[in-house]
Write a protein that binds this ligand. Structure first.
Ligand SMILES: [Zn+2]
Length: 223
């Protein structure tokens, strides 16, 4: 993971830190490749360590504070799949609530600061484990008043599902603003669009890579 900085600003090997899945502590596998003296750990690294611990076959976890999904984490109306690229969202994305997991002694600042909170969040990830053997591209959930987590079997698929989760939230919110009841995907449409999306990110991935390459004012590669 990135060291303690906004992940988009990662620019060199020294900006990366290996963490142990067992306890989320920094792990220096190769001082040549990673930050040799890890600074303060990324505070929410427990999201990642606990998910990887529970699902060894998972190779990518994205946690995001994307604004369009947050209204769905504090409203009783679910984030349901409403367009053809987001069938993996199903008919309603679960919302994990910090308040159900806090101990009185916890700092209640809406951050996943310890393994217990990370384990509680992991239990709320519903659905089959993403696998190349079947057609479930991702597990996903919303975190109340905070953001979302998407889990998949490859970085490409995880990015794809994260991007389409945000787009689905934007579409649904826009449609509801039109004032009429919106029509979301049926169970059958969810299953069939999910199967299609699971075939891969071959088409959109090069576009997203190119977008990063040309946005050199933000994204830098000093390696
Ligand atoms: Zn967060």
């Amino acid at each position: 993971m990135s060291r303690y900085l906004a992940p988009a600003l990662v620019a060199a090997p020294a900006d990366l830190v290996f963490y142990s899945i067992d306890n989320a502590e920094p792990l220096i596998a190769n001082p040549q490749d990673v930050c040799p003296s890890p600074p303060v750990g990324f505070s929410e690294r427990f999201i990642h360590s606990e998910i990887y611990k529970a699902y060894p076959s998972i190779t990518s976890v994205i946690h995001s504070h994307a604004l369009p999904v947050i209204p769905f984490s504090i409203s009783p109306r679910p984030l349901a799949a409403c367009f053809h690229m987001a069938g993996f969202l199903g008919t309603g994305v679960p919302v994990w609530d910090f308040a159900d997991a806090y101990a009185d002694s916890n700092q209640q600042d809406m951050l996943v600061r310890n393994a217990k909170l990370g384990a509680s969040l992991t239990k709320s990830l519903r659905g089959e484990i993403p696998s190349a053997k079947h057609s479930n591209p991702a597990k996903r959930l919303l975190m109340r008043g905070h953001g979302m987590v998407v889990v998949a079997q490859s970085i490409e698929m995880c990015v794809l599902c994260a991007i389409y989760t945000v787009q689905n939230a934007e579409i649904l919110q826009t449609a509801r603003g039109l004032g009429e009841e919106v029509k979301v995907l049926s169970e059958r449409e969810v299953t069939d669009t999910r199967n299609t999306t699971a075939k891969g990110a071959v088409k959109p991935w090069p576009l997203w890579v190119r977008e990063v390459e040309i946005a050199s004012e933000i994204y830098r590669n000093l390696a």
